[in-house]
Design a protein around this ligand. Sequence first.
Ligand SMILES: [Zn+2]
Length: 103
Amino acid sequence: MNEVERLENRSKKEIYCNCCGKPIIKTTLKGVTMDYLHIEKEWGYFSNKDLTRQKFNVCERCFDKWISTFEIPVEESLVEDIYVYTDEEMEILSAAYKASGEI
Ligand SMILES: [Zn+2]
């Protein structure tokens, strides 16, 4: 399958990483996917992209590669008010990450 066919065969319902082209894996939990970065940007006047909206997704693996190229490290802090999954939800999410080779 060449690159054009591969791109055409991508489902509109799936979420793909724009860097590596791999699908962001959904779990059996409704609406829960492996974590990824989604960016939407509307460029303003005098930028080289006047009035253009861009959006893309980046999987965690590609995100880590990308930020490792930054001159200034990404600022990190602990998130304390995050949704707490049940044990069953944690197992499903963990299985999705294992299946993807991320852990
Ligand atoms: Zn990726």
